[in-house]
Structure formats: C-alpha cells, structure tokens
Ligand binder design. Structure first.
Ligand SMILES: Cc1cc2nc3c(=O)[nH]c(=O)nc-3n(C[C@H](O)[C@H](O)[C@H](O)COP(=O)(O)OP(=O)(O)OC[C@H]3O[C@@H](n4cnc5c(N)ncnc54)[C@H](O)[C@@H]3O)c2cc1C
Length: 461
C-alpha cells in the first residue's frame, strides 16, 4: 500500500480485502453505463457489519469519499467511482442470515444477488416477487438503493413493498436498525423508507429483512402483435379488466430485431410495429377461456394482429426472452437511456407527444422503445451510430432529454422510473422534484452523512 490512507485502513482492519490493481479498479469503478472512466482509489470488500463500520469511520478520519457498490448493473451511473473514491463492495456479504416462518421474512446480507434471494425464498415454499433480467448479477442492496421495479410491479409493486427491515451504516459509522421487521410501527419517521431509493447517499445497507409471499397460481404467457401504439393501452385495459395479470410488457419491432439478432427465437410470422408479452393467472380452464375470449375480442376490435400462447415452460421462457433480452442485445451499441414514467391514465397522450418529439429530434438515430407499459414506465434507448464520437452523441441526446423532461413535467411524470438518478439524470432532477423537495433532500443527506462522504456527486451536487 503506497497510499498512506490505505496503509492506515489496512492497519485498522487487518482482515479486510483491498484491491488496488488497475484491472480491479476498472472493473469495480464502473457500472453498465460505461460512460465514465473508472478511477477509484481502491476497492474494499468487507465481510462483516463491523468492517463496514470501520471503513466508514476511516473514511471520516481521512476525508475519503465512498461508493457503495452491489452488482454494478445500475443504468444511471450510481455506482461509478471516477474521482479517487474508495469502492465499498458488498459482494462478499452475500449470506442468508435467517428465515422466520411466523413473519414469513428472509434476512439476508446486502450483497446477495437477487436470484439467490429468489431461490432462498423458493426453498421455503414462498417467493420474493421482485424480478428482472439482471437478477443473476444485481444485489439486493443495489435493488433497495434504487427501489428497483422490474417485470412484476403490476402485481407486486416495487422493491419498497417488500422491505420489512434494514440494517444500515450511516455516514458517521453508526449502525441503524430500521423497523426491525415490524408489520405495524407507528412511532414516528420511518427511516427505512427514506433509505429505499437513496442511491447510497444516506447510508450503506448491510442487511435486509425481506417479506415473502405465496407463489402465484399457475400462469400462461402470451405474445401479442399490435398494429399501432393506441392499441397498447386498449389491450392493457381489456386484459386487466378480464384477467389477473402478473406482467404486461411491451416492445417495438426495432427492439425485436435486436433481440433476434442476439440469438432469441422468432415466435410470430410477419412484421408488426408493437408487441406485448403478458403473463396472467391461468389455474383452470375458466381462466384460460377468459384469456382466449379477451384475445378474440381484441382481434375483432383491430387491436391485435397476431398472437402466440406458450404451451410449455420452455416456450414461456422463449417468449419472455424476447422482452428480457433487449437490454443486453443493445449494450454493444452504447445506448443512451431514458427511463421515464407517467401515471397510467396519462400514458396514451404522453406516448403520442413523445413519439412526435423523438421522431423530430432523432431523425438519424435508431431509437428502441420497450418497457413496463402496465406501470406507465417506458425505456427509450437511443443507439450510438458507430461513426459518431461519444461526446457528440451524448451532447445531442442530452439536448433531447431536456425537451423530454419538459414534456414529462407537463404530464406530472418522472425522469427516473426505476433506475435511479445517479450521474445520468442528475441535471434533470428538477423536472420531477420541486426546489423545496430537493432542498429537503439535501437537508436529510446532511443529517445522515454530515461530511458528505457517501456517494458524493450522485443524485445531486
Ligand atoms: C439487463 C438489465 C436489466 C435491468 N432491468 C431492470 C428492471 O427491469 N428494473 C429495474 O429497476 N432495474 C433494472 N436494471 C437496472 C439494475 O439492475 C437495477 O438498478 C439494480 O437494482 C441495481 O442493483 P446493483 O446491485 O447492480 O446496484 P449497483 O449498480 O451496484 O448500484 C446501484 C446504486 O445503489 C447503490 N448501492 C449498491 N449497493 C448498496 C448498498 N448495499 N447500500 C447502499 N447503496 C448501495 C450504489 O451506490 C448505486 O448508487 C437492469 C439492468 C440490466 C443490466
């Protein structure tokens, strides 16, 4: 350790694993955005709450900024360390700490991957229902810090709904035990809720107690092909009124082209501009007949052009891959991402305005839309032309994001539905939150992290 600050950290916490090799700094200093050049001071990989507390106290002593880090699958730059910070990776804190059958809760360390949490729940005959394509790599701590959503929000809500209690190390190194998994606790401010979605700026989540629930009844998965954008919300309203939906996700023909080129299997013939993957309860024949009747009604109305229903688990997985494989299939094109939301009732009008805006402003760029349309959440990915410099591409996209942010504001929407603000959306926070709210956020941050060492520069300056 040539840096005296690191030498002192190693001395204070002799068992702590520290990485300083360039390849490791690069690996742990970036997330999926790949926009910033990683340049952390070092990477610390604690294995206990006490070590996390020790690191935070050391950071206070030496004025070193910390970047809490999970699976680094984040899409907003929240886990980027580009300014000499210490990356505090929770990767080695990945154990199940306990299952409580009476409360139906699972307590885990924060670095546990989402998929491992899902499997641990399943082993108890229950489910942890938050789910999305990054499940194998993202961590429950990162999910909590971003209030992650995903493909089952329509049935189960966001991560926030499933957090019964948190253990958090605040900016001064103090350990806070928030809500202790109580179902009812009307005793003042609920700091647990403040920590959810705080993007590593208020505290380091070290442990979480998660609520579990019963597995859903058997389901069916359908792929639907739609002739125009207006049909999306018509079909959604129809299906929601007649079926018990678990998921309702959409994508465009452009998204389909990319995911097929990336290895997914085509499921429908012909060209169609919009697609929906939907999953719904289908425990008995009646539910299946209701689905078929809804489908036929939509066809008669001209809202659906074609469709396929999965006849096996393998087919269901293949249909899901058409939607879930999109983010990965676009990664090589260095997409500029918007992740926006409006109220469900505002979706049709917003879609039209957005389509006009994007068509006008991005005549030469390929724009890929997909997302959780049943939650009012759209992902807009603008692909970088190979011959355009990164900086020029981003400058053009930022200009459009400003316009998009104004449209969102007019519709009462959000510039970040589920990916967090991080670095990417920081300039646009004011389109979603009032000045008074942002001032309160700064005040809250000052209380939890007086020296401003936890993930500085993320969310706001
Ligand atoms: C293929 C793909 C699909 C995706 N699909 C979805 C989706 O459907 N829905 C969705 O919501 N997101 C989605 N994401 C985005 C991403 O997976 C989520 O934001 C996820 O919650 C990030 O978890 P992570 O562990 O990777 O966090 P990281 O990227 O490591 O960190 C994210 C933020 O959380 C903070 N943080 C991490 N761990 C802690 C901790 N223990 N304590 C305090 N702060 C912490 C970081 O500082 C950072 O600000 C997707 C990403 C990919 C690559």
């Amino acid at each position: 350790m040539t840096d005296p600050r690191l030498a002192s950290l190693a001395e204070q916490l002799p068992g702590l694993r520290l990485f300083t090799a360039p390849a490791e700094l690069e690996h742990y200093g970036r997330d999926w955005t790949r926009r910033w050049t990683p340049a952390p001071l070092a990477v610390a990989l604690p294995t206990s709450v006490e070590e996390v507390q020790g690191i935070v106290r050391w950071a206070n002593e030496h004025g070193v900024a910390l970047v809490p880090s999970g699976g680094r699958t984040g899409l907003s730059g929240g886990a980027v360390a580009a300014n000499g910070e210490l990356v505090l990776s929770l990767e080695r804190m990945n154990r199940v700490l306990g299952f409580d059958p009476a409360d139906r809760t699972l307590t885990v360390e924060a670095g546990m991957p989402l998929q491992a949490v899902q499997e641990a729940a399943k082993a108890q005959g229950l489910i942890y229902p938050v789910d999305f394509a990054a499940r194998g790599s993202c961590s429950i701590g990162g999910n909590i810090a971003t209030n992650a959503g995903g493909i089952r929000v329509i049935r189960y809500g966001n991560t926030r709904e499933w957090i019964a209690g948190l253990k958090v190390v605040a900016g001064n190194g103090e350990l806070l035990e928030l809500n202790r998994a109580l179902v009812k606790n009307s005793s003042g401010y609920d700091f647990r809720q403040l920590l959810i979605g705080s993007e590593g700026t208020l505290g380091v989540v070290v442990e979480a107690t998660l609520r579990l629930t019963d597995p859903p009844p058997p389901s069916q998965v359908m792929l639907l092909a739609l002739p125009h954008m207006d049909a999306l919300m018509e079909v959604f309203a129809l299906f929601r009124s007649r079926l018990s939906l678990q998921a309702f996700e959409f994508f465009t023909d452009v998204a389909l082209r990319h995911v097929l080129a990336h290895g997914a299997q085509r499921a429908l013939d012909g060209e169609h501009p919009y697609y929906v993957v939907t999953e719904f309860d289908a425990a008995d024949e009646r539910a299946q007949e209701a689905a078929l009747a809804a489908f036929e009604h939509a066809v008669e109305q001209g809202w659906i052009e074609d469709g396929a229903i999965a006849q096996s688990e393998a087919q269901a997985a293949a249909l899901w891959r058409l939607r879930e494989g999109i983010t990965e299939s676009l990664a090589a094109h260095k997409p500029y991402k918007n992740d926006v939301s409006v109220r469900i009732g505002a979706v049709p009008a917003f879609l039209h305005e957005m389509q006009a805006l994007l068509g006008r402003e991005y005549p030469h760029f390929e724009v890929v839309w997909f997302g959780h349309i049943g939650d009012g959440n759209l992902h807009i990915n603008v692909l970088k032309p190979a011959d355009l410099a990164d900086a020029d591409f981003i400058a053009q996209c930022e200009h459009v994001t400003k316009l998009l942010a104004a449209t969102l504001k007019a519709h009462g929407g959000s510039i970040s539905a589920e990916h967090g603000i991080g670095l990417v959306k920081k300039p646009y926070l004011g389109s979603t939150r009032s000045e008074a709210e942002v001032a309160l956020m700064r005040g809250v941050r000052q209380v939890f992290d007086p020296k401003g060492l936890l993930n500085p520069g993320k969310l706001f300056d």
